[in-house]
Write a protein that binds this ligand. Sequence first.
Ligand SMILES: C[S@@+](CC[C@H](N)C(=O)[O-])C[C@H]1O[C@@H](n2cnc3c(N)ncnc32)[C@H](O)[C@@H]1O
Length: 278
Amino acid sequence: MKDEGILAKRIYESRKKMGVTQEVLADKLGITPQSISRWENGQSRPDVDMLPKLAAIFGTTVDALFGYHAENLKITLYEENYKKVSRFWGGKIRRLAREILGLMPTDQPRTLLEIGCGTGEAATFFARNGYIVSAFDISDEAIKKADTLAKSVGVDVNLFRADLLTYKIETKFDIIYSSGVAQYIPPAERKRFFEMIQANTAVGGLNAINALVDKSFVDNASDLICGGGSLYDSAELFGYYGRNWRFEMMDEIYFDRNVSGVSHQHCIDLMIARKIAD
Ligand SMILES: C[S@@+](CC[C@H](N)C(=O)[O-])C[C@H]1O[C@@H](n2cnc3c(N)ncnc32)[C@H](O)[C@@H]1O
């Protein structure tokens, strides 16, 4: 999205938020207040070499000034929500997590990576059941809460903040688990993402993933209430797992949710696949 109106609006709003006049901002940039006024009215735009300075003064990025990074807005939604409530997602341990216990018991040391761990209920559940758990999320607030939860039950979870779109997994895990997160992988990135996690799964290991699915009869406008993202086509998720993978479980289910008093439904595809060969 590239919109001159957005740039003008962002400059105006950021200046107001800083609580400075056009004169003060102009002074910081070594230009005239009239230039600022023209930017804010959308009559002209800052020169390219002025943009990084402007972004630095506002404590933001050039991309954000232009309204890029829609994904960040969604993440901000989580960041804010995680500040308001203790367990935004209700903290239930999902079937996807429970089935792993039977499919890969901890009779020997098993490493597990959780992608998008939120407030850490699943990560703590796995650690309590004897797995060696690493887990990350893009939200600082979520990681803090996950850490508090793990400590409160006395288990070790290697928690860290990372963006799944840029994070490079550097070691092989026995299990890679992710629930309620796959919709934040833009469609064009999905093939690369799944190849990356598959390459970093040990032979014999599992990938346990679910993904929200687009159905004509499910009100997916309401998915925005749950943080947006891009829904999957029905069965798309399964299609990322090819000839070296055996499905241990695959299903398509519907469930009801109520967020902020708004009832709605989701369709979700879930699967656990085992890597049979490299
Ligand atoms: C629906 S919640 C699911 C949380 C947890 N897995 C659960 O089942 O309760 C989605 C999570 O994905 C995280 N998330 C969104 N985009 C992400 C990204 N690019 N990288 C890592 N985590 C992300 C959010 O911060 C949020 O915690």
